[in-house]
Structures are given as structure tokens and as C-alpha cells.
Ligand binder design. Structure first.
Ligand code: NAD
Length: 357
């Protein structure tokens, strides 16, 4: 049956990297008989400029009808002064909430060809393969009440609420246990149970669920220690599961271990397996429009989409192999460039991956 993909380029380099992904999808349709229909819609600052909203109703409706959503990135300097309710990032948060995408899977894999691109010693990171499972629709980013209020003495006070229900913790922990089962069967749950009651409940709930997942080795770590261990000895981890905010921060740190956030894809899934796929980086306004952004994270997001939402694991494997082959050939965008390699543009890198297919 023909599956539907909604394509949301968004802002900044989003336009350029999604351009390469669209060429890849067209290639798969023509040469591998991939049965998909694609449609494009607005999100982020571009959507705000056109409609006054970072997530137009039409975009959310199309996303709900799609089997998978492929997103570039949102945000940019020109929208930073807008009211927080209509900033580009709200479009993304609204989409995640609207689709119920509670599980964010962020692999941090170091391609051996790029071991030198990491700021850590090659022996510390070579062969790194971590999966960070981040809760995406709860926690402090969504908790109520929130805001900035004025106190009686005229001083302003900002406040947010960290809140998790047992059921929210259980469903994300279940995803982590399931993924670990297909990998090295180890889960490290990250919390701050010594200070935050909400994450004390997190730890107790994960421990409770573990009783039914005894084939998985479970450990717990406070988030400050986890941040330190990620830099000291990242290969000790297999699957890490954590809250929305801790996952946001730790997954960016893990990403940097691999040398470039331009290399890392992500998947966000809901309970019915519908998914949104996007590179983990932002809209990189500092390099937008220059044809120098790394498109590989986005092409690898297409691979994740094929695997998790479109039931096309073989094609996913082919894309991942093509990316590895292109790196073997010494092709590098500026962010992963090192001496002796061949520096290429966004479009040249995209074309090289398609050539390898
Ligand atoms: P960023 O990820 O956009 O950029 C951080 C640094 O990495 C920049 O120097 C950038 O040039 C570089 N970079 C990022 N992607 C790259 C790629 N594919 N190739 C080469 N270099 C790349 O993060 P930021 O600078 O903190 O944020 C910029 C904007 O993006 C902000 O408006 C922010 O809110 C937004 N943002 C969006 C998302 C998203 O859409 N998922 C995620 C993070 C940040």
C-alpha cells in the first residue's frame, strides 16, 4: 500500500538538507519502486511569516494523516524577538504534542572514518554506539503552571513545573527495554532522584517495570554523573533512558562525541508507530543559504523513517551503507573536514550518496 510522507523543510539549512532528502526519496521511488506519496507543508518561522502561526492547522492535519513526517529544522535570528507563543520552536513542540510523539530515539554512532573528528581521543570514542531514549511530550517543557509573574515587591519571578505520571514513565521505559533487547540488553536510566521528587518517582517506576524485564541489565545514574561519564567513558553505555530536559542536554553532548551534529538522525514515535524523523541539529542560521551544511543526518533520518515507519529495512541498510561508502571515499562537508580529505558542498554530498546507491 502506498504510504504518505509529509515533508516539512522549515527554516535555515532545513531547506537545503531537505532538498537532498527529497532527491533521495525520488531516487528510491524511481529505482527501487518505493511506494510513497509525498506532500510538503510549512512549519516554524517560514510558516509564521506566511500565516502568523508556527504550526498552521493545515500542517498538523496533514501530519496526522501521514504515515511519517520528515522535518528539516526550525528557528532563526529573525524570529528570536517574537512572543514565545509564536516562536518557530513552538511549531515543533506543537507537532510533537499533537502527534503524541512521546519517544525520541537518538542514536549516537561514531563512524570509524570520523574518529579523528571527535574532540575526544579516538580510543575513547572509536566504535561508540549509544541509543538515547528521551521522553518527549512531558516533563518540564510542558508542565503547568508556567510563566513569569510579578511578586508583591515588584520583582519578576519565572517558574516552570516538572511533572510525570507513572504511565508516562512506564511507556518510555518500555520503549527503552524493547530497544535494548535488540542491542546489547543494557539500559541506564538517568534521573536526579536525590533532589527532585518527580524523578524519584521516575526511578521507582523504572525499577518496578524492570521486574517484568529481567533479561535486561538495568542501572541508574544521576544526570550530573551521566554527563561526566558520557565524556569520560561513553562506551560504557548501551541504551540510556531519561526525561525530556535531561535527554535534550545529554543527547547533544553525546552527539558532539561523534564529531558533528551534522551526522546524527533521530526518530520520534507515538503509540501507533507513526513517526517523525529529523536531524538532531537546528536550523544553523550561521551557515544557512551557503550550500555547506552537512546533509547526512537528514539522509540518515530518511533511513530511520524507512526502517521504523515504512517497513523498508533493506532500503534503510542501503542508505546507511552508501553514507559509509561516501565517507570511505574521503568526501567531507566543512563540519567534518580534516586534512587530506575532499571538501564537498551540501548538494555534492547528497549526490554522492545517491551515486553510491
Ligand atoms: P544548531 O544545531 O542550529 O547549530 C549549532 C552549530 O552547529 C552551528 O555552528 C551550526 O552551524 C552547526 N551545524 C548544525 N547543523 C549543521 C549541519 N547539518 N552541518 C554543518 N554544521 C551544522 O543550534 P543553535 O545554533 O543552537 O540553534 C540555531 C536555531 O535552531 C535556533 O533558532 C534554535 O532554536 C533552532 N533549533 C532547532 C532545532 C530543531 O529544529 N529540531 C533544534 C535545535 C535548535
Amino acid at each position: 500500500m502506498t504510504k504518505k510522507i509529509l515533508i516539512l523543510p522549515g527554516d535555515g539549512i532545513g531547506q537545503e538538507i531537505i532538498g537532498e532528502a527529497v532527491k533521495l526519496i525520488k531516487h528510491l521511488q524511481t529505482h527501487y519502486d518505493l511506494q510513497v506519496e509525498t506532500e510538503e507543508a510549512l512549519i516554524g518561522g517560514t510558516a509564521y511569516d506566511a500565516t502568523g502561526k508556527p504550526l498552521p492547522k493545515e500542517t498538523l492535519e496533514l501530519a496526522k494523516q501521514a504515515d511519517a513526517v520528515l522535518l528539516g529544522a526550525v528557528g532563526g535570528y529573525q524570529w528570536e524577538e517574537l512572543d514565545i507563543a509564536v516562536r518557530p520552536e513552538k511549531g515543533l513542540l506543537g507537532l510533537r504534542a499533537g502527534l503524541g510523539l512521546f519517544a525520541n530515539l537518538r542514536p549516537a554512532i561514531l563512524y570509524p572514518q570520523l574518529a579523528d573528528a571527535s574532540t575526544l581521543k579516538p580510543e575513547v570514542v572509536a566504535g561508540l554506539d549509544i541509543m538515547i531514549v528521551r521522553e518527549l511530550t512531558g516533563g518540564i517543557y510542558f508542565g503547568q503552571p508556567r510563566g513569569i509573574r510579578e511578586l508583591e515587591n515588584g520583582e519578576q519571578e519565572g517558574f516552570n513545573t516538572l511533572v510525570y505520571k507513572e504511565s508516562e514513565i512506564q511507556r518510555i521505559a518500555n520503549v527503552a527495554f524493547d530497544i535494548a533487547r535488540k542491542r546489547d540488553s543494557r539500559v541506564c536510566s538517568v534521573d536526579k532522584a536525590n533532589v527532585l521528587e518527580c524523578t524519584e518517582l521516575w526511578r521507582n517506576t523504572v525499577m518496578g517495570l524492570h521486574e517484568r524485564n529481567q533479561d535486561i541489565e538495568l542501572s541508574h545514574m544521576y544526570v550530573d554523573n551521566a554527563a561526566m561519564q558520557l565524556v569520560r567513558d561513553p562506551k560504557q553505555f548501551d541504551v540510556m533512558v531519561t526525561t525530556n530536559m535531561f535527554g535534550d542536554i545529554l543527547s547533544d553532548a553525546a552527539a558532539m562525541l561523534t564529531g558533528s551534529i551534522g551526522m546524527l538522525p533521530s526518530a520520534s514515535l507515538n503509540e501507533s508507530g507513526q513517526g517523525m524523523y529529523e536531524p538532531i541539529h537546528g536550523s544553523a542560521p550561521d551557515i544557512a543559504g551557503q550550500n555547506i551544511a552537512n546533509p547526512l543526518a537528514t539522509l540518515l533520518s530518511v533511513a530511520m523513517m524507512l526502517r521504523y515507519s515504512l517497513d523498508e529495512s533493506e532500503l534503510a541498510d542501503k542508505i546507511e551503507q552508501a553514507v559509509s561508502d561516501v565517507l570511505d571515499d574521503g568526501l567531507r562537508t566543512a563540519d567534518i573536514y580534516s586534512d587530506g580529505m575532499q571538501k564537498v558542498s551540501t548538494t555534492e554530498m547528497g549526490a554522492a550518496v545517491i551515486d553510491k546507491l
